[in-house]
Write a protein that binds this ligand. Structure first.
Ligand code: TXA
Ligand code: MG
Length: 341
């Protein structure tokens, strides 16, 4: 608009629209239906929309548009052979993406979708290599977040078939669980036609459980809020983890890393960041980054706590991983990978 610097306009009501300058994307706080529709239209036109899900924020693109999807890779600086998860609004659209879906996968989908679970299935012939990284399978998820589901429905109403969305962070960094964290991660790489939809803090806080459904039994590739116990109760036997079989960047040994060095399983020294359940007191002189009262809260605040450590410029963050099964396994998985970084 000819003026330099930052331009901020606030719309009426609960909806706030912030525009930094003409080159930057808009962040829409608590988007209304018409704003979600506008974002869906942007996707349809080949632009990118970062949106909230119950796990973490995703960076969305039309999963059938090669140009849009290649921008996702460049914004994230992610290697192009790492496949993307396709998000759809309902199990009814699964056939567009997958073939030969095993009985147990349908069971899982019926019970846990919408929800924090991604199924790896044999891909339909129409699914492009730029989604699957050239593999003959595809990851699909129905997220459980009203804004994500609203965006998917509007997009599908416009003829869209699915939204490809990795976590909205730079490659190997921590997934964002707030719109602000998305902006810090990738805002500088988005354009004025793109959007960030702000739906508050993600309720789960760690990425979806990934289950490989291309064999006779399900195989958990990444632990998450749909736990091994929940899967076992529903479909019986499963193998826990087989990381050699499939290329998945979240399965790299070092991943989910803040800038600070993460160390686990010892007490923090003075000046170091400290993350542990509330029942574990803060060592003298350490900087408490979070004191979650239970495992759910630990997962929800995990990435916020690690980011908080980075904001304070800490060199080292010490974390005491939670014990036990279920969601605690997912937290331990992420902390172990962060500490390998
Ligand atoms: O909770 C989530 O899953 C979030 C939200 C936005 O839905 N998404 C997410 O996507 O975590 P991403 O790309 O950051 O992590 C997905 C992981 C990656 O490691 C990817 O390589 C793997 O899943 N993946 C995706 N499709 C796959 C496939 N067909 N086979 C094997 N791994 C796959
Ligand atoms: Mg990711």
């Amino acid at each position: 608009m000819g003026t330099s610097g930052r331009r901020v306009s606030v719309k009426e009501g609960r909806s706030k629209l912030v525009k930094w300058d003409d080159l930057r994307m808009e962040i829409i706080f608590n988007p209304r239906q018409n704003e979600i529709k506008m974002a869906a239209k942007a996707l349809k036109d080949g632009h990118l929309v970062a949106f909230p899900t119950e796990t973490v924020y995703g960076l969305g693109a039309d999963a059938t548009n090669i140009k849009a999807v290649s921008r996702v890779y460049s914004v994230k600086d992610r290697p192009t052979d790492h496949p993307l998860i396709v998000h759809i609004s309902s199990i009814n659209l699964l056939q567009k993406w997958a073939l030969d879906i095993p009985e147990y996968a349908i069971k899982l989908a019926k019970v846990f979708w919408p929800g924090p679970m991604t199924l790896i299935l044999k891909r339909n012939q129409s699914v492009q290599n730029f989604i699957t990284g050239g593999q003959d399978n595809v990851g699909v998820r129905v997220p459980a977040h009203p804004i994500a589901l609203g965006l998917l429905s509007e997009f599908e109403n416009m003829g869209g078939e699915g939204i490809a969305a990795p976590s909205a962070n730079r490659f190997r960094a921590i997934s964002p669980t707030t719109a602000k964290a998305v902006d810090i991660e990738i805002g500088a790489f988005l354009k004025s036609e793109d959007f960030i939809l702000d739906g508050g803090q993600s309720s789960v806080g760690v990425e979806s459980t990934i289950i490989d459904c291309t064999e006779s039994v399900p195989v958990i590739l990444r632990p998450g809020a749909v736990t091994s116990e929940m899967i076992e109760n529903l479909v019986g036997k499963f193998l826990v983890l087989n990381i050699n079989k499939i290329k998945a960047s979240g399965l790299l040994e070092s991943h989910y890393s803040p800038k600070a060095k993460v160390e686990i399983g010892r007490l923090a020294n003075p000046g170091e960041g400290f993350l542990a359940l509330a029942e574990i007191p803060t060592p003298k002189g350490a900087i408490r980054l979070a004191a979650p009262v239970n495992i759910e809260k630990y997962a929800k605040d995990l990435y916020i706590a690690l980011r908080f450590g980075d904001q304070q410029g800490l060199d080292t963050i010490v974390a005491i991983p939670p014990e036990g099964f279920g969601l605690a396994e997912a937290i331990r998985d992420r902390l172990t990978k962060a500490s390998a970084g």
